[in-house]
Design a protein around this ligand. Structure first.
Ligand code: ZN
Ligand code: ZN
Length: 441
């Protein structure tokens, strides 16, 4: 069996690299994944998966941090010019760039779901010869959009896994769902798919990431440190006035935002775990001699648990309101992103660990839980929903060499990780019936 699988993986290795480099070249940031989504849909359809797309898998009003209607239209046109498969485009139009592909084996058994994300970052890619994507001519052709987190690799892994599982369909039982998620960056997309119910029937769930500081060849079977987070844009609106002639007629939005910024950073830490708050952007004012009538703040809170994040966020709302009262200005808060904290299911991590140890010699090191790194991930919404329904969930990290840190203009990774990931995930899927039978004894 393993020899057979090795041969199948060897046969798709080149294609994995082609997919990854193609997605890298045509990088599309969150909710703009029009070209990517059409190519993914086309391939999965060709393989014989049954597809649900767009509004069937994304709840419109649960999307966060959605770009403007105009920007969505422009990007859709851009995607057409860049080779999107137009027959699939209507499903994704308007920022509904998600896909769930199901392989129903027709045999009784559990439902296993994998989630990969497809979005790039709002970032300009390095264009110097030390950067391999530039030197080898697959750097992003879209300004201010770059795959600097490895999601191009995740999408390629998802497609590679789809091909392999189709080849081994007669060995599988139950249903396999492949979830291709938009807008993970800024934790904006997952909630809308969870609220559309895409994992409500899922018994076993896996989300993956490559890199994250884990060395090449190492697998973390259950990352256990995600911070819950809430991301908001706050706008203050006051009244402009002549700063010299009629200052008393002004309502100062800049001062409200400045006072809020200081107040937000003064919110207490929490004794029960990690907490964070950051005002990352503050823009205000129009001219030197005008009382500023407008201010924008981009704020995020984080907490080691959902409760700690809610503590910080609750206080933040009080500070924002208080600052508005101090300056007699109006304010508005828009939710731009959110994620939960989540822990992997121990029994599921044990099974993944055992499978990787026994059947994937390409992995030089397999560990159950990763070193603490404090980030957030909206895959946690899927994990928490699956666990709430009695299922098991985990988050896997496939280590790889990086040329620069995540979200850096020179980010690139060792593409050998793609085949290793596909092999590991395929192995878990093929051997899942044993684990499922054991659980029900
Ligand atoms: Zn990222
Ligand atoms: Zn990422």
């Amino acid at each position: 069996m393993q020899t057979l699988l090795n041969e199948s993986i060897r046969q798709i290795a080149g294609q994995l690299q082609n997919w990854r480099r193609d997605f890298h070249h045509f990088a599309e940031s969150g909710w703009f994944e029009f070209r990517t989504a059409t190519l993914v849909a086309d391939e999965l359809h060709r393989l014989g998966y049954s597809l649900k797309m767009g509004k069937e898998v994304i709840k419109a009003d649960a999307r966060m941090g959605l770009p403007s209607v105009q920007a969505l239209q422009e990007q859709e046109q851009r995607a057409i010019q860049q080779g999107a498969k137009v027959e699939w485009l209507p499903h994704f139009s308007g920022g509904f760039t998600g896909i769930v592909a199901t392989l129903d084996t027709g045999k009784a058994g559990p439902t296993l779901a994998f989630r990969v994300d497809m979005d790039a970052l709002d970032l300009n890619e390095d264009q110097t010869h030390v950067h391999r994507p530039y030197a080898e001519d697959f750097y992003s052709c879209n300004a201010h959009m770059m795959h600097a987190c490895g999601h191009d690799g995740h999408t390629a892994i998802g497609l590679g896994l789809a091909r392999i599982l189709k080849q081994y369909e007669n060995r599988l039982t139950g249903k396999i769902k492949l979830i291709f998620q938009p807008a993970e960056e800024g934790t904006r997309g997952a909630k809308s798919m969870v609220e559309a119910g895409v994992v409500d029937d899922v018994d076993f769930f896996i989300a993956i990431h490559i890199g994250l500081g884990i060395p090449m060849g190492e697998l973390v079977c259950g990352k256990d440190s995600f911070l819950a987070t809430t991301k908001i844009d706050v706008t203050y609106r006051g009244a402009a006035s002549h700063a010299g002639g009629k200052p008393e007629e002004g309502k100062n939005a800049l001062l409200a935002a400045a006072q809020a910024t200081v107040g937000l950073h003064a919110i207490s830490h929490h004794s029960k775990g990690i907490s964070r708050i950051n005002v990352g952007v503050l823009q205000a004012g129009t001219g030197r001699n005008v009382i500023p009538d407008y201010a924008l703040m981009k704020v995020e809170t984080r907490g080691e648990t959902n409760e700690i994040n809610e503590f910080i966020y609750g206080h933040a709302l009080g500070v924002i309101e208080g600052a508005a009262k101090m300056q007699n200005v109006e304010y508005e808060i828009e939710l731009m992103g959110a994620a939960q904290s989540s822990k992997p299911s121990p029994a599921w991590v044990d099974f993944i660990y055992q499978q990787a140890q026994q059947h994937v010699p390409e992995l030089s090191s397999v560990v159950k839980s990763g070193r603490q790194s404090v980030g957030s991930e909206d895959a946690t919404y899927f994990m928490e929903r699956v666990k709430a329904n009695g299922g098991l969930a985990s988050y896997l990290i496939f280590g790889t060499e990086l040329s620069a840190g995540h979200h850096h203009g020179q980010f690139d990774f060792n593409e050998d990780v793609l085949a290793i990931a596909v092999k590991t995930l395929a192995t878990i899927t093929i051997n899942l019936p044993d684990f499922d039978a054991e659980r029900h004894q």
